[in-house]
Design a protein around this ligand. Structure first.
Ligand code: NAD
Ligand code: MG
Length: 386
């Protein structure tokens, strides 16, 4: 029996993780649930999965849950969240945004298997996450579908590989292209929140859905791939593949390409991360080869979607630059979700924030938190000027 901690249990990845566990009760038990403020949904989850520990970001939500289940351990706040991230065999980080960093670090420092959906923590905290990853038995298994695909194409866990991948020529990250794939620059000027939330192939949380519409999600995933697999930015390419059936590919030095295919359903990569190195039944991504007709590919339009290039730039600078990129993006996306800015202003705010980057090295955890705070202040100021 594998015990699982699900941090971010009320979100898109969190609820799909519970779906995988619901279907395999003999294999998995839920030991920890954590979420932001949705007390009512967590109360339902507790009744069904019977965890021994619950942590909420919000104090009032924790109090409400405590009233329902008076013998259950229920806590709130960052320290409790960090403690929760060390309590099970597998820690699923399904929190959205930079708020997931304490979970990533605590899980790795405790030598746990981290099933990582929260890409922002790895991107913003790259250098210090790498140090935490050296802890004995610590392991990151990516939940992001592209990186799960790459993990499979590369032949499994790479955390302690002595040799870098000398036989890899390229990582080929696929992108659906999002809802605006065929939009012109003039049309993009008029893009609304509803347009941006209308993703063609994936149903996900709001933040990542907006990131997919700007291609920032793919930019973040380029950095994520670099951090996970240690492959240089010049060897990571993005290919638009509108059907989202090929989840990514690896091209080797002999020009052989290995791809991973399945229908778009996050429960498959979640199941892979929970069960690695074995596999188990996960029927959701099954392909119907009788109706599968074609798989298309095109180049991303970097002019209409500048976020992709901005991410490569910040990734190549390294150190605290990706933390700045991530923070500016979170500020801009939040403002767009509140209808304070236009869609086309998202990359402008990020670019103008990165123009102020101070070059601070990422030597300690403190450097990352400080960079995040500073970039948020600058991004907010930049936004007010617009
Ligand atoms: P979501 O918005 O649906 O859910 C976010 C979860 O995080 C919720 O449970 C929320 O309560 C919790 N949360 C937010 N702030 C918190 C805090 N401070 N402390 C504790 N919990 C907090 O988001 P999502 O779409 O499930 O995405 C989660 C992560 O997975 C993101 O990093 C996203 O990029 C990544 N991801 C998601 C998908 C997908 O299909 N949804 C695919 C790949 C990667
Ligand atoms: Mg992805």
């Amino acid at each position: 029996m594998t015990s699982v901690a699900i941090l971010g249990s009320t979100g898109s990845i969190g609820t799909q993780t519970l779906d995988v566990i619901r279907r395999n009760p003999e294999e998995f038990s839920v030991e920890v649930l954590a979420a932001g403020s949705s007390a009512d949904l967590v109360i339902e989850q507790i009744a069904e999965f019977k965890p021994s520990l619950v942590v909420m970001a919000d104090a009032a939500a924790a109090q409400k849950i405590k009233t329902e289940f008076d013998t259950l351990q229920v806590y709130h706040g960052k320290e409790a969240l960090e403690k929760a991230a060390t309590q099970s065999d597998v820690i699923v980080n399904a929190i959205v945004g930079f708020a997931g960093l304490p979970v990533t670090l605590a899980a790795l420092n405790a030598g746990k298997r981290l099933a990582l959906a929260n890409k922002e923590s790895l991107i913003a905290g790259g250098p210090i996450v790498q140090k935490a990853r050296e802890s004995k038995n610590a392991q990151i298994i990516p939940v992001d579908s592209e990186h799960c695909a790459l993990h499979q194409c590369l032949g499994g866990d790479t955390t302690n590989a002595d040799e870098p991948f000398t036989t890899v020529k390229k990582l080929l990250l696929t992108a659906s292209g999002g809802p605006f794939r065929k939009w012109t620059k003039t049309e993009l000027n008029q893009a609304t929140l509803e347009d941006a939330l209308n993703h063609p192939t994936w149903s996900m949380g709001q933040k990542i859905t907006i990131d997919s519409s700007t291609l920032m999600n793919k930019g973040l995933e380029v950095i994520e791939a670099h951090e996970l697999f240690g492959i240089g930015y010049d060897q990571i390419d993005v290919i638009v593949h509108p059907q989202s059936v090929i989840h990514s590919m690896v091209e080797f030095v002999d020009s052989s390409v290995i791809a991973q295919l399945s229908m778009p359903d996050m429960r498959l990569p979640i199941s892979y991360a929970l069960r690695y190195p074995t596999r188990g039944e996960a029927p959701w991504g099954e392909i119907n080869w009788d109706t599968m007709r074609r798989l298309d590919f095109e180049k991303p339009n970097e002019e209409a979607f500048p976020c992709l290039g901005l991410a490569y730039e910040a990734g190549k600078i390294g150190e605290t630059a990706p933390a700045w990129l991530n923070a500016a993006n979170e500020i801009a996306v939040e403002a767009f979700l509140k209808r304070v800015i236009k869609w086309v202003e998202i990359p402008e705010i990020i670019q103008m924030t990165l123009n102020e980057f101070d070059g601070v090295l990422a030597e300690t955890e403190h450097d990352i938190y400080a960079a995040d705070r500073k970039a948020r202040v600058i991004a907010t100021a930049v936004m007010e000027k617009l």
